[in-house]
Every structure is written in structure tokens, then in C-alpha cells.
Write a protein of this length. Structure first.
Length: 423
């Protein structure tokens, strides 16, 4: 994959770093469907004028970005802890190939003297993960990005990383439930070994900043601006970027050695993290042939935001608009997620069908459902595949090739919002 894209044509280099933001579902949660992408409108001419003025101010602010905040190679290094108790820094690698998804995450939590570790393999027949889905390892805060058998190593900043894992993984069914031999016996486990290399195909993309300026200005123009919002943004910044590329190498489960070569997304963020900050959020990375798409959405009490990019053979472009529908299931990942994307080069319609999932509770403040999804275009569902066991990483059948794969993350706040104080 060529490293030349619409970012690289900007002589100024990568885009700046700003807080990550995104859109999710509106407050109306009735029925099995979910419609996203339309901002609530104030009634009347006065509301229209207010939104227009705010959108104009927002667009001016979006376009006047300080060059000093653009990503630099040194941003790949660990950032100094500023003493805030909820500071966190994370690296994430998410990758997919036919019928196999890889998710690896290391999070440094200096205020808790701990690291949080994820290592999960998703297949249509089983999910392999750390006990409980994640590990929180306390102490030894100087271990850097090598914790709990998982190691990330930067070979060349903003371009090449390696990912290694040695250890056991518990076996779960496709719904994310532990597979136990009998009764209350411990979950089945299997020895795993991963040796993978990430090669960047694009310069970093900063959600909330590299998103389409007109799209971002429209959303900020519809926000309920007040002093509380401004204080929140100023006091709780979360900075970072995502980067598309390829992940290749080998994965060993037990005695089964498989080659891996798939589309990948790398994430690096740092700052104050609150898993209950947004009422709901969603991120999805999908690959369908040469097409790759990343979308992010989040809903807060005062604003709903969304964005992302589409990567086609000619380069990467930020999306101009996004519609999302989800077929919900109580207590589980959505059965299906539909994406209607407007982007330069033409509209894009994708449907992502969940084939395996893993639920996680995050610090008692948020719930996260992670899903391996089968992706197809134009609302056409893939033909039923034959029953029977499939080896991890085995080649897809010819009729399955037009369909792609992805990983979707759906988050919701667990704690009730405090009652607003009367003004």
C-alpha cells in the first residue's frame, strides 16, 4: 500500500492534535433501530441565526489550528504524567483479515500505579482473550510498553511498530462467554504466541481535528455552548491520533501456526480518560477489498459529534457526513450496524454484521462491547456459509471474498447523569 495520500500532499505535514470527539445515538432509545447523524434543531428563525453564528465561529476556530500542535515523532514516546489522578496513555492495535480479528491494547494508569492490558483474538467460532477479558496489573510503573506478556516496540516513529505476545488466553464462545469443561471448572485456556509488525500506510489522522471542517463546524454550531462545556473542554483534554496501515506476521494458538496479513488501525491517546464521559459512543474500522473506513461517534449532554475517514486507492479523505443505524440486542453488541457515508469520491453504504463479541465493564463507569463484524456493501448480506469447524486464519471460500471484515466498539455510560441545578 502506498504511503502517498491526501495528507502527504499537504506540505505542512501531519495534522494537529486536538481532543478526540465523536457522535452516537440520540436520546430517543425506543424500538430496535437507531438513527444517527441529524442534529436537533432550535425552532424558529432565531435558533437558525444562533446556529449559523456559532457554526461560523466554529469553522474559523477549526481552520485556525496552531502548527505547534501537529503530531511529531516524539509524540510516539511516553508522555509525562501531570499528576491528575485520571490521566491515562494508551496504544491500541486493531487488525482484521478473513474471519480473524486481532485487538491488542496497553494502557498506562500512573495515578493507580497500574497498566491495563487487552489481548483478544476474534473468530466466528471462538474468542480468545485474557481472563475476564482484560488484566489490570499494579506496580512497576517503569515497565513501559511491555506488560503482562504483551510488548509494543517502536521501530520507526509514525511508521513501524512490532507487537509480541507470549502467554495463555482463555477460550470464550462467539458471544464472549467462557467455555468451561464442566460446571464451575475454570475456563479452557490455550497457549498463544503473536509476532506481528505494523507498517503505516498513512500519516496520522486526528479525530475531531482532521475531520471535515464543514462537518465539524456544523456540529459545534448545534452544540449547547455554556460555561460548563468550556470548563470541561479546558480541564479534561484527551489528545491523540489514529493511523491506518497493515499488520503482518504469525499467530500461534496451541500447536496451530497461522500467517496473518490484514488491514490495521493503530491508536495512540493520552490525557484524562473517563469511560463514562459520553452517554454513548461508537468506533468502527472496516476493510472491504482496497477500501478502508474508520468512523467515530459520541454523544454528550451538550453536543453530538461524529467523523472519520475513507481510504480508497487514490488516497484518504475525511467523511463529509455520516448516518448510522444499529439493530440492538439487550446486553449485547448490536446485531448489525449500517453506515451511510458521504465522502469525496462518492457515497458509501456498508453493513456490518456481528459474528463474535466480547463485553467489558470499564471502571464501573462505562460498558464496552467489542465485535468482529462481517462487512458487505450496498445492504446485500453474504450467502450463508457452510456449517462445520474452520481453522483460525484459514482461507475464505471463493463466494466469501467480496465481503470484508472489521472491528466495532460500542460504549455506553453506566452511571446516571446528575440532575442539573436550577439556574
Amino acid at each position: 500500500m502506498s504511503g502517498r495520500d491526501s495528507h502527504s500532499e499537504d506540505p505542512r505535514g501531519p495534522r494537529p492534535l486536538h481532543p478526540h470527539v465523536g457522535l452516537a445515538e440520540p436520546a430517543d432509545d425506543h424500538g430496535g433501530g437507531l438513527e444517527l447523524g441529524a442534529a436537533a434543531a432550535d425552532p424558529g428563525l432565531s435558533g437558525l441565526l444562533r446556529r449559523g453564528v456559532k457554526a461560523a465561529i466554529a469553522r474559523w476556530a477549526v481552520l485556525r489550528r496552531p502548527a505547534a500542535e501537529w503530531p511529531r515523532p516524539q509524540d510516539e514516546a511516553r508522555h509525562a504524567w501531570d499528576g491528575r489522578p485520571h490521566f491515562a496513555e494508551e496504544f491500541v492495535f486493531a487488525a482484521v483479515q478473513s474471519e480473524l480479528g486481532v485487538l491488542a491494547r496497553l494502557e498506562w494508569l500512573p495515578g493507580r500505579d497500574a497498566h491495563r492490558v487487552w489481548l483478544t483474538l476474534f473468530t466466528p467460532t471462538a474468542v480468545y482473550c485474557l481472563p475476564g477479558g482484560q488484566a489490570l496489573l499494579r506496580g512497576d510503573g517503569e515497565r513501559g510498553w511491555s506488560v503482562g506478556g504483551l510488548t509494543f516496540d517502536c521501530v520507526e516513529p509514525l511508521r513501524t511498530w512490532t507487537l509480541r505476545y507470549r502467554g495463555a488466553l482463555d477460550v470464550h464462545d462467539p458471544r464472549g462467554r467462557p467455555v468451561r469443561p464442566a460446571g464451575d471448572a475454570p475456563a479452557e485456556s490455550i497457549e498463544a504466541r503473536l509476532d506481528l509488525t505494523f507498517l503505516a500506510g498513512l500519516l496520522p489522522f486526528v479525530p475531531g481535528t482532521d475531520d471535515d471542517p464543514d462537518l465539524l463546524a456544523r456540529q459545534l454550531g448545534a452544540a449547547a455552548w455554556d460555561t460548563r462545556l468550556l470548563r470541561t473542554v479546558r480541564r479534561h483534554p484527551l489528545r491523540g491520533y489514529v493511523q491506518a496501515g497493515d499488520l503482518h506476521g504469525t499467530i500461534t494458538l496451541g500447536r496451530d501456526l497461522r500467517a496473518f496479513g490484514g488491514a490495521a488501525l493503530r491508536v495512540h491517546t493520552w490525557g484524562v480518560r473517563d469511560w463514562g464521559a459520553s452517554d454513548a459512543a461508537m468506533q468502527c474500522f472496516a476493510a472491504l477489498g482496497p477500501l478502508r473506513t474508520y468512523v467515530h461517534t459520541a454523544r454528550f449532554p451538550w453536543v453530538s459529534l461524529y467523523g472519520g475517514f475513507v481510504q480508497r486507492p487514490g488516497g484518504v479523505v475525511p467523511i463529509r457526513d455520516l448516518g448510522v443505524t444499529q439493530e440492538r440486542r439487550p446486553g449485547r453488541a448490536p446485531a448489525r450496524t449500517g453506515l451511510a457515508v458521504e465522502a469525496p469520491g462518492g457515497p458509501l453504504a456498508l453493513e456490518a454484521e456481528t459474528v463474535a463479541e466480547l463485553p467489558l465493564d470499564m471502571d464501573g463507569r462505562g460498558h464496552l462491547d467489542i465485535a468482529l463484524v462481517r462487512v458487505h456493501a450496498g445492504g446485500e448480506r453474504p450467502p450463508p456459509r457452510a456449517e462445520g469447524p474452520r481453522l483460525v486464519g484459514a482461507p475464505g471460500r471463493p463466494h466469501e471474498e467480496p465481503h470484508g471484515w472489521g472491528l466495532c466498539f460500542t460504549q455506553r455510560r453506566l452511571l446516571p447523569r446528575p440532575t442539573p441545578r436550577p439556574t
